[in-house]
Design a protein around this ligand. Structure first.
Ligand code: MG
Length: 367
């Protein structure tokens, strides 16, 4: 028999969380396909996705990964949420990203990579913070090693191992600026076989977040994706987003395409901020390597800008740009969809829910 861990994103506002439950299946010893995993219901009234008197919601499997926790033959099953009558649930932002891709973005072959920062907490304080007061000011902790600089590395290493075993496009990790703060990256590693599209990379962030929660759970440690996990002179936590299209990656058209992308981005700063995470004003202050939330600025190699063009890209004349605005608690589906609409010059209405038809799957038999 095989364990299948069905994973989905809940409807909690303003920042959705991630849920999962386990189903035992008989996959018959073969390598399964997505259609081998049945639709499954859940109680939406407990996840802010339905009212109590009409609480059934539906999980539609969309992507499967080897389960690194339970081991061989067991699977993580990422699901989209549908209503009991088979309609896309309003919380299902993945469906919106699919809609944006199929309505024109896909033709531009967009790639995305995320730098997911997070903070580990124990007893209400970041790991590495003393019981009273605060640790020495930030400076030595970023990429630091040693018992007075790096806190929680066992969790971080376990998470890295699990992400690789699950087949995620896991790029790397580093200790961040504040004690107990770390980052992992999802995105293109230079291998032709790597997945790098918007849907897959956003999926990998959500699965990566779930694996992180599970790794930290083993140590009795809490994961925070808060944008400003500790007030004061400490860095916030972001999800820098590296974005490119076939045009920006073109050796002949790259520089012009990047300039055009940035011009487009400059015209809808507020619309981007609206989907870049709750409480973003606490992080985008203009200090701590950020640009003020009230300002849009791009710059070459500038970590105080909204959009940074890496110096290597500037020199080569093609590649990607980095949107430094998304917060650690942003939804990668929404960030990807928003960027694709702006950069690929698509219609705004694609970002509204409800356009995409349900995926072709057999309806779930009455449970
Ligand atoms: Mg970072």
């Amino acid at each position: 028999m095989n364990y299948a861990e069905y994973i989905w994103i809940d409807g909690v506002e303003p920042t959705p969380g991630i849920r999962s439950k386990t189903r035992v299946l008989n996959l018959g010893g073969k390598k399964p396909e997505i259609s081998d995993f049945p639709l499954w219901g859940f109680d939406g009234s407990s996840t802010s996705q339905a009212a109590g008197n009409d609480s059934d919601c539906e999980l539609v499997p969309v992507s499967i990964y080897p389960d690194p926790i339970r081991g061989e033959g067991h699977y993580l099953v990422l699901c989209e949420v549908y209503t009991s009558i088979g309609k896309i649930h309003p919380s299902n932002t993945r469906a919106i990203l699919r809609q944006v891709l199929s309505a024109g973005a896909e033709a531009e072959k967009p790639w995305v990579g995320f730098e997911q920062e997070y903070t580990l907490f124990k007893d209400g304080r970041p790991l590495g913070f003393p019981e009273n007061g605060e640790p020495a000011p930030q400076g030595p902790y970023y990429c630091g090693a040693g018992a007075a600089r790096a806190y929680g590395r066992d969790i971080v290493e376990l998470h890295a191992k699990w992400c690789l075993e699950a087949g995620l496009t896991y790029f790397g990790l580093n200790a961040e600026v504040m004690p107990g703060q770390w980052e992992f990256q999802i995105g293109y590693r230079g291998n032709d076989s790597d997945e790098k599209g918007l849907l897959a990379m956003s999926d990998h962030i959500w699965i990566g977040r779930w694996l992180l929660e599970r790794a930290a759970e083993n140590y009795g440690v809490e994961v925070s994706f808060h944008n400003k996990p500790w007030k004061g002179d400490w860095n916030g936590a972001g999800m820098h987003t590296n974005f490119s299209t076939a045009s920006t990656r073109s050796k002949t058209k790259g520089t012009a395409a990047i300039a055009r992308s940035i011009k487009n981005l400059s015209t809808c700063h507020n619309q981007h901020i609206a989907v870049y995470g709750a409480g973003l004003d606490e992080r985008l202050t203009g200090a701590h390597e950020t640009c003020s939330i009230h300002e849009f600025r791009s710059g070459d190699g500038d970590r105080g800008a909204s959009i940074r063009i890496p110096l290597t890209v500037k020199q080569k004349g093609y590649g990607y740009f980095e949107d430094r605005r998304p917060g650690a608690n942003a939804d990668p589906y929404q960030v990807s969809a928003r960027l694709a609409v702006t950069v690929c010059e698509l219609e705004e209405k694609l970002l509204e829910a409800g356009e995409t038809k349900p995926q072709k799957r057999g309806r779930r038999k009455a449970a």
